[in-house]
Design a protein around this ligand. Structure first.
Ligand SMILES: [Zn+2]
Length: 286
């Protein structure tokens, strides 16, 4: 798609975007300097202003949804993209279903610890980054969780009649996003984050916007086959991580073996994405 066509679609894509959101699929990446993240102070507070950017090239969506696992077992860390991102089979998710359905609370705890974590990836422009001003005016990829995605959704389909639906990813009719991070009850919290009033980015100057758009990254690249190990390779690594016992302990293994054809339990395991950042950091330090 060329820039002129892309501009023509401005404002018209909010509804189709909305329709596609639930069907979206995707993946993850670690230690990649194309990614931006807010730097938090000692009390885990952070503030930055970012702008979500339109879909890359001919891609339909300005975000991708990804799943990954990050946990530690007796055999070390397991940090891998989850093939369920693109509808594939995942040995960890399968084991989690068995654990979730075993009827034991202790098994549910293990399943929670190993659950797949959901993250979205979008192209962004960093408008303001007080802690790292060198990032300002540059485009990055940004990984975010359900809370921020919900805010994007709310902006696209507001709850009340006096609120106007906006497509936050639109150059001309979108809005800056004020990212406000706090620590609440021990967890990183994004509740106070919000969109600013809609406003054309860079006063709508086409040449500046076109240059920026051309610098954005493919998001579909994160859901390509090469982003995921095979089922067999993941199984080998998973077995090594947990010590070849589904619980990494000696208790109650017969319960697991009899729990055949489990119903998908993944959605019951709540998705807290901030844990992933924590595990990533730990793994990268070692
Ligand atoms: Zn999985």
């Amino acid at each position: 798609m060329n820039f002129a066509d892309m501009k023509k679609k401005s404002g018209s894509s909010t509804k189709s975007l909305q329709e596609k959101i639930e069907k979206s699929e995707s993946k993850n990446s670690y230690k990649d300097d194309r990614f931006w993240r807010p730097e938090l102070d000692k009390s885990s507070n952070g503030y930055a202003v970012i702008r979500f950017l339109p879909a890359f090239g001919n891609e339909d969506l300005p975000f991708v949804k990804t799943y990954s696992h990050a946990f530690q077992g007796t055999g070390g860390w397991f940090i891998e993209n989850c093939p369920t991102t693109t509808g594939g089979k995942c040995p960890v998710c399968e084991a989690n279903n068995l654990l979730w359905n075993s009827g034991l609370d202790s098994d549910k705890d293990i399943a929670r610890q190993r659950k797949r974590k959901m993250q979205y990836i979008s192209n962004i422009l960093v408008v303001s980054d007080p802690t790292n001003p060198q990032n300002e005016g540059k485009n990055f990829l940004y990984k975010y969780g359900k809370k921020i995605f919900d805010k994007i959704n709310e902006a696209m389909s507001p709850e009340f009649e006096d609120e106007e639906a906006i497509n936050p990813f639109d150059f001309w009719k979108g809005a800056d996003f004020k990212l406000k991070v706090r620590k609440v009850a021990g967890y990183i919290n994004y509740d106070k984050s919000e969109f600013d009033s809609p406003d054309a980015l860079f006063d709508g100057q086409d040449s500046v916007l076109e240059d920026l758009w051309k610098k954005t990254y493919s998001l579909q690249a994160f859901v390509k086959e090469d982003q995921f190990k095979t089922y067999e390779a993941l199984k080998v690594k998973f077995d090594g991580t947990i010590g070849a016992d589904v619980r990494s302990t000696e208790t109650n293994s017969e319960t697991v073996e009899t729990a055949q054809a489990p119903t998908p339990a993944r959605e019951e395991v709540s998705e807290d994405t901030d844990a992933l950042d924590y595990f990533e950091k730990l793994a990268n330090e070692s």
